[in-house]
Every structure is written in C-alpha cells, then in structure tokens.
Ligand binder design. Structure first.
Ligand code: TYD
Length: 143
C-alpha cells in the first residue's frame, strides 16, 4: 500500500462555486472536476432523510479527496488533522468544502431536510477508510 499523504488543516477550503441566474427564474451551479474542484470527479453520492441528532462521518480517508455541499439545509463539519481542529458550517449550495486525504471529519447538527452532496475522487473502497480515531492518530504521528 502506498504511504498516506499528510495534509494540514490549512488545505481544507471553502470553494465558491459558479452561480448562474437565468432571467431571475432560479439559480444553477455547474461543477467541473479539475477546475472548480482540484481533482477529477469519480463518484457522487448524497446523504438525505437524516434523522434529528444524527452524526455522520467519523472517519478519514487514506487517499480519497472530496467536496461536500449543502444542496439544501445546513450542517456542521468538524475537521481534524491530528494537530489542529476546525469547524465549518455548510448552508450554501454555491459553496463546497474541499477535504483532502488523511483528514478526520465529523458531520453534525443537520437541520431537517438537509441534503449533503459529496463529490469524490475515487470509487467506494472500505479499505480507504480509517474509522478508528486512535488508529488515525497513530498513522499521523508515526510519520
Ligand atoms: P459512510 O461513508 O461511512 O457514510 P458517512 O460518512 O456519511 O457517515 O458510509 C455509510 C455506509 O454506506 C457504509 O456502510 C459504506 C456505504 N457506502 C457505500 O456502499 N457506497 C458509497 O459510495 C458510500 C459513500 C458509502
């Protein structure tokens, strides 16, 4: 297995996405891989019907990069790089949170009706997940 790359928390960024206003008949946001997001988009998935009080995430990815977007509603993303921690509130469908590999993330405080879109750089692979926080810290600090 290739060595996981370390990414500091400063590499996590809110990306402003294009907004096209068609004659005041509503907004449209197109997203291109390798342009608006710094990776080729391999897979999309979305999380919805999220019960009140749900906590999602609680893992890091060894190689996968992704962009999270609150298509509707609002939620909070807590990100950790093993040293620092930061929190982002996502509530704007024209904004995406870019998360590189090897970042621990937790998604909390979903409002009712939230839809979270994820653009991912890789296919689903359970082996790419680190789901134990102590294992995550061990990997970070053993480098
Ligand atoms: P997970 O990535 O842990 O969800 P979240 O980060 O939103 O809490 O995935 C939840 C479950 O869904 C887990 O059993 C893996 C499965 N899954 C797939 O089968 N395919 C996918 O593309 C994704 C993202 C998850």
């Amino acid at each position: 297995m290739s060595k996981a790359k370390l990414n500091p928390i400063s590499t996590i960024q809110l990306i402003e996405l294009p907004k096209i206003n068609s004659d005041c008949q509503g907004l449209l946001t197109p997203i291109y891989g390798r342009s608006h997001v710094p990776f080729a988009i391999n897979r999309i998935y979305y999380i919805y019907d999220i019960p009140h009080g749900s906590k999602r995430g609680a893992h890091a990815h060894r190689d996968l990069q992704q962009l999270l977007i609150a298509i509707s509603g609002s939620f909070e993303v807590i990100v950790k790089d093993g040293y620092d921690e930061k929190s982002f509130v996502l509530n704007n469908p024209a904004q995406g949170l870019y998360i590189p590999s090897m970042i621990w993330r937790e998604l909390i405080n979903f409002t009712d009706g939230t839809v979270c879109l994820s653009l991912a750089s890789l296919p689903f692979d359970e082996n790419d997940y680190i789901r134990d926080y102590n294992e995550y810290l061990n990997i970070i600090f053993s480098r």
